[in-house]
Design a protein around this ligand. Structure first.
Ligand SMILES: NC(=O)C1=CN([C@@H]2O[C@H](COP(=O)(O)OP(=O)(O)OC[C@H]3O[C@@H](n4cnc5c(N)ncnc54)[C@H](OP(=O)(O)O)[C@@H]3O)[C@@H](O)[C@H]2O)[C@@H](O)CC1
Ligand SMILES: [K+]
Length: 554
């Protein structure tokens, strides 16, 4: 779904075969050659919403349930129904009110979902297990927590654990399952068969060591959910003892973390850990809505999963739940624990970047990585930090969007009155930085910057949505303004002026820049900080310019 420019460049990138790298590489075209117009480069458009689903009319009992639950009041907002930005939903989730369910209400909701509301147990279990796996991934990085033991009980809580095991396997973890009391129902035997097909080991209780921390990096407690009552019977009493042991082995940082599904097993569903002698999970993934015992959970990570609660249930039980971010299957309840910044570290696991794999031409190598970033579905892979330096040597950086790239350089558009424009008029040297976090990749580009032709700027300006065209006119970029309303007022006036759809002229103070590179560096994060850094620098050879590749120490 790349636009013309990148398609053309993709072709040239593809045409250049990967081969053993000679010391001196492809000739760089003269930067003085007339720069062609660079057609816009855009990340793929968001997916089409697709055809509207036509739902069959609900059965009569569904209608009566929904009608009974319907209040006369204002429309209800379903948590997670809107696609909020991560920032918006993280702020909303941290401050959201949360409703806690009694054991009776939890069981009743379960019945209504699987009765009048038309869900099947398989469906809900699949979504519940996926939520658990998604929450685990958010907190326990694969690189440090590969081996997961999932202890499954005899009911649906155990079923959630079996589903989570399958998803964790597909996410790259190494799950093992302890499932001592199997339920002879097709749903459960199907889940077991699915795990067996993935060669996931099923471990008998007798084969589990007393101290689980030597063999596993996480334990998922999927023994009992909201139907638990009394005190745990064998063999679960023994398994709970092993989880209890974990809280006394190692300190809170090194301890084997326990993730409880819906309820910490052995806890009273409403009262929680009554005698204080129960397990102390590090993470609780509440499903549908937290149960009353979750009020007593004081571990660092409380998540909510089960993104399927329809408005009739929300209304009937007056449920207030945090909004799910974006397309996520889970959301954190309350604030995230504060982190020690110095301890934040990622152990990168990536394919090696070697001299004989990279393209001889850095533009082609850039295109290869850019296309991979697009294919990986990264958000705004064309976002880049632009650093400029004024004549006094004072640097400044900001993010801008790459709008075109070819062998003449990297193009972006801005306001010619902005600070970066002032800096560039005094000093044409600049640096670009692309950071593709999810791929452990970074690309640095350095070079000199010139304005693109008026024709190129005009062409791009008129390819933008009309709202962006008006926004460019409204903003006298980097000047101090008294408030946001000034922008909104000016925008409104312009919107009115051009409401007939007439041509919006490009303002003189808006246009493009092109950075012509003299250096590229491709960085691939690796384990133990032994990162790959391949630098391309220009060299003069026989009157021509060639790119020379060197490996830099990480
Ligand atoms: N919408 C929702 O709500 C969704 C709910 N979902 C999930 O379902 C969970 C509820 O599942 P559930 O009702 O099957 O019961 P659950 O808690 O797994 O355990 C029951 C089993 O444990 C047994 N047992 C009980 N006490 C015991 C004891 N002291 N010692 C030993 N055994 C004991 C009991 O045996 P019994 O006592 O009846 O003989 C029975 O076999 C819920 O928490 C959530 O995880 C999701 O899948 C989807 C969406
Ligand atoms: K549990």
């Amino acid at each position: 779904m790349l636009t013309a420019a990148s398609k053309i460049l993709n072709k040239s990138a593809l045409a250049t075969t990967t081969r053993a790298m000679p010391l001196f590489l492809s000739t760089f075209p003269s930067p003085t050659a007339a720069a062609p117009t660079v057609p816009p480069l855009r990340p793929p458009p968001s997916q089409n919403p697709g055809p509207h689903l036509r739902l069959p009319p609900p059965p009569r009992r569904a209608l009566s349930f929904i009608a009974a639950a319907e209040p006369a009041g204002a429309p209800f907002r379903t948590p997670g129904r809107t696609m909020e930005s991560l920032a918006t939903s993280a702020a909303a989730a941290a401050s959201a009110k949360v409703t806690y369910l009694s054991q009776r209400d939890a069981a009743e909701i379960d019945k209504q979902l699987m009765g009048p509301l038309g869900f099947s147990v398989d469906q809900l279990m699949e979504l519940a297990g996926l939520s658990v796996a998604a929450a685990v991934v958010e907190v326990y990085k694969l690189s440090e927590h590969t081996r997961v033991l999932i202890i499954c009980g005899p009911g649906n809580n155990g079923g959630d654990g079996l589903v989570a095991a399958r998803h964790l396997y597909h996410f790259g973890y190494k799950p093992s399952v302890c499932y001592p009391k199997r339920t002879a129902k097709p749903l459960y035997s199907g889940l077991v068969t699915q795990l067996e097909a993935l060669a996931i080991p099923f471990l008998p209780v007798e084969d589990l060591p007393q101290d689980l921390s030597g063999q596993f990096d996480i334990v998922i407690d999927a023994m009992f959910g909201f139907s638990f009552h009394g005190t745990p019977r064998p063999p679960f009493d023994d398994l709970i003892q092993r989880l209890l042991l974990l809280s006394v082995i190692g300190d809170s940082v090194k301890r084997l973390p326990i993730v409880s599904v819906d309820i910490p097993s052995g806890w009273h569903v409403e009262e929680g850990d009554i005698n204080g002698g129960g397990i102390k999970p590090d993470m609780l993934v509440s499903l549908t809505a937290p149960k009353l015992c979750a009020k007593k959970f004081n571990g660092p990570h409380h998540f909510l999963g089960g993104r399927f609660v329809p408005p009739p249930i929300l209304r009937k039980y007056g449920l207030e739940l945090p909004p799910y971010p974006g397309t996520s299957m889970c959301v954190r309840v309350g604030k995230a624990p504060s982190v020690d910044i110095s301890s934040l570290r990622e152990n990168y696991i990536s394919p090696e970047l070697t001299e004989n794999q990279v393209m001889p031409c850095p533009f082609n190598q850039f295109h290869r990585w850019f296309n991979e970033a697009v294919t990986a579905g990264l958000r705004e892979p064309n976002a880049m930090a632009l650093t400029t330096v004024n004549k006094a040597g004072k640097p400044s950086s900001r993010m801008v969007l790459l709008k075109g790239v070819d062998k003449h350089g990297f193009v972006w558009y801005t306001n010619y009155g902005s600070q970066k424009a002032h800096d560039l008029s005094e000093n044409s040297n600049a640096a670009l930085l692309f950071y593709w976090n999810e791929m452990n990749r970074q690309v640095r580009v350095e070079g000199s910057v010139q304005k693109v032709s008026l024709e190129e700027s005009e062409k791009y300006f008129h390819s933008r949505p009309r709202g962006s065209q008006l926004g460019a006119i409204v903003s006298k970029q980097s000047t101090v303004i008294a408030g946001r309303d000034i922008l909104q007022q000016a925008y409104k006036e312009l919107e009115q002026k051009y409401s007939d759809g007439s041509f919006i002229p490009k303002p003189d103070y808006w246009g493009g820049y092109r950075l012509t590179p003299n250096l590229f560096e491709f960085w691939q994060g690796q384990q133990s900080r032994l990162h790959d850094r391949l630098q391309y620098k220009q060299r003069e050879v026989d009157g021509g310019t060639v790119w020379h590749i060197e490996r830099l120490s990480p």
